[in-house]
Ligand binder design. Sequence first.
Ligand SMILES: NC(=O)C1=CN([C@@H]2O[C@H](COP(=O)(O)OP(=O)(O)OC[C@H]3O[C@@H](n4cnc5c(N)ncnc54)[C@H](OP(=O)(O)O)[C@@H]3O)[C@@H](O)[C@H]2O)[C@H](O)CC1
Ligand SMILES: [K+]
Length: 463
Amino acid sequence: MSRLPAGAPIVTAAQMRAAEEAVFAGGATPLALMERAGVAVARQVARLAAGRPILVLAGTGGNGGDGYAAARLLREAGCDVRVASLGPPTHPAAMTMAARWTGPTWPLASAASAPVVVDALLGIGAARPFAAEPAAALDRLLALADLRIAVDLPSGRDPGTGEGGIQADVTIALGALKPAHVLGDDRAGHVLLADLSIPLASDWSTLSRPTLRPPRREATKFTRGKLVVVGGAMAGAGVLAASAALHGGAGYVILAEPERRDGAPHALVRRHVADASALATLLADDGIGAVLVGPGLGRDEAAQAQLAVVLASPHDLVIDGDALTLLGREVGARIGTDRRRVFLTPHGGEFSRMFTGHGSKIAATAGAAAASGATVIHKGPATVIADPSGRVQVAADASSWLASAGTGDVLAGLVAARLAAGDEHPAETAVWLHGRAAARVGAGLIADAMIPALSPLLDRPST
Ligand SMILES: NC(=O)C1=CN([C@@H]2O[C@H](COP(=O)(O)OP(=O)(O)OC[C@H]3O[C@@H](n4cnc5c(N)ncnc54)[C@H](OP(=O)(O)O)[C@@H]3O)[C@@H](O)[C@H]2O)[C@H](O)CC1
Ligand SMILES: [K+]
């Protein structure tokens, strides 16, 4: 997945169509908007083709219209362009664009391929799978291409969920990103966003770059964020989370553990908490800014008792790992968001143990946040952050090397650190830091290596 623009709106196909209607109501014609799309596509294709012959596959709707417009503009610019047509256009503006295209045109089934293939068959209007004949022709034409550029969406990809579609190397998203550009597998390839000057409003966007400030001059280690990490049977998970919290900006991190343990980092304050009542005593402290429970907690009776104590405390919470599984479908009823902020950090499996999600990962996560009253950080190749107000941010360009043990503990520690430190958007900042740290570590990362990569990011937030 490519590096997507930060804070870019993500809209559904229905929102995109509504935004286009508003542009038409303001006086622009569908043909003028299609020409804008054609200009944007032609510009990118010319740059990427770098002189190689181009075959534009044109469908019958608006997506095909964009293809005919781009083909004409590329030909006018001196490129070697042919069109392979799925059939006569049915979309009015596409009919005009097809009539304006005067270059060579073949039926899809008999067209020869080219080094650069531009897929303008289907965009947000994909209604059903391709019939056998066009599907076979498409496979043949794409297999012979060196570069496959999809217009708006890889044809056949569900705009809402990112399922299916042809394999593209580059996708030019028109006007706005749709869920299919940030969700699903890698079939969209490198995503470029073409601005068509269509005003858009959406509660959903790509992850924004956070605002990071150094501690205030008068800060103390306690006011900078006092955090309790409730450790459990798996000692390493708690240490990773607590270390990430320290390097992620918390001033004072206590690791509460069921056994006496020591070791690095020495800045960590270790407390032996033999049982749930000892944990209750530790948590009876107004100065605590946040509590993290879950990493390495285990799922036995002792873990249940620890979790119950954490939930009974008045503190803001980050709930991760085993604690999410222990909560299961009871999550909304048990976390008590009327008196504090709660952040849940499930991966896909943990999410489905808590919530019966509907629709795309974005819609399902937004629904889970609304239902539980918590901010839900639904991890994966695309990490979806949804808060109970309906606001959603998606981080879709993190390193695939993050699929590695312990990276979730690091993220949970970061969310908790930012929450304890009073960050207005702890989830967004944490996910951003996590992604950037992974990028700095690079190939073959292990979770431990992310920890020292965090602190420099606090100093230079723009890197
Ligand atoms: N977003 C913007 O600002 C702009 C987008 N533009 C482009 O327009 C498309 C959307 O156009 P639309 O006509 O609504 O939809 P599509 O072109 O994606 O697809 C609809 C046509 O495709 C036919 N269809 C659907 N499924 C199949 C299939 N499996 N096999 C063959 N044909 C299929 C459908 O035919 P029907 O028989 O179902 O009626 C339609 O003819 C958007 O994605 C952008 O690329 C505008 O150019 C302006 C700006
Ligand atoms: K397409």
